[in-house]
Ligand binder design. Sequence first.
Ligand code: OAD
Length: 257
Amino acid sequence: MEHRIAHLLATSKNTIVITGAGISAESGLRTFRGASHADLPADMQALWKEFDPMKLATPEAFDADPAAVSRWYDWRRLGCLAAIPNPGHMALAELERRAASRTARFTVLTQNVDRLHHKAGSTNVVELHGSIIQWRCTSCETKTTPGPDPLPQFPMPAPCCPNDSAAILRPDVVWFGEMLPFEALRAADEALESCDLFLSIGTSSVVQPAASFIQVAAQHGATTVEINPEPTPISRLVDFSLRGKAGEVLPRLVDRR
Ligand code: OAD
C-alpha cells in the first residue's frame, strides 16, 4: 500500500494535505483529544489537567477569565516556540519541493497553530486556525509577535493602544464559535477544486470544516489517504488508511520514490 501511495505522491498534479495536532505529537506538543499526560513532568500534568482545552478555546472563556486563558495560551506558545519539526514535518516539506520541481501543486492545510510546518521549510501552508505565535489587540486588531519570554502579565495590555485600558492582547487563533480566516477558507476551496490526491494526517477529523474537506476532495475525484495510529470517523471513507505515526510513515513514503 505504501508503494502505491508513494507513486501517487510522485505523480499527482495537485496534492492537499490536512494536518492536525497528531503530526506535532512527535515534536512533544500535546494533542487535544485522547492524549495521555503521563509523560509530562508533574507541574505540567497539573497545568494541563487544570484547564479544559475545549472550554478554554472560546471567546466566552476569554471574556470570562482573560488572565487564565492568556496564561494557558502563553504556556502553549512557549512550547511551540521551543518545539522543533519532526521527520513528519520535514517529509512534507520535501514533498512540496519535489512537487515544485515538476510544476505540481502541494498545499498543506493545517489546523495547527504551532508554525512547525513553516519551520520545517514548507512554504505553501494555509493556517486554518491562525497562529499561537502571533497575538493581536482586542481593540484595533494590530498583530504582534511576543518574544521568547513568558508574557509579563496576564492579561497583557496591548502595547499598540496604551491609552485604552480595555485593549488587551489575545492569541491570533480561531476559537470555537469564530469564523475561520476568509483568505484561508478561500485558498482551501480553490485548491480542493482541482485536487487529485488528499491526505489527512494526525487529525481526529471531528472539527469542521476541516473534517469535511476530505469528502469534498473525494467528490472532485481525488484519491484519499489517512495517516493516523488510531481509527477516526473518516477511516472508513478513505481509499487508503495507513495506521502509524506521521513521523515514521511519511519519511518512508518519501524514501520509496
Ligand atoms: P486531536 O487531538 O483531536 O486529534 C489528534 C489526532 O492525532 C488523533 O486522531 C490521534 O490518533 C492522532 N495522532 C496522535 N499521535 C500521532 C502521530 N504521531 N502521528 C499521526 N497521528 C497521530 O487534534 P486535531 O484533530 O488537530 O481547534 O483537533 C482539531 C482541532 O480541535 C484543533 O485545531 C483545535 C482542537 O480543539 C481549536 O482550538 C479551534
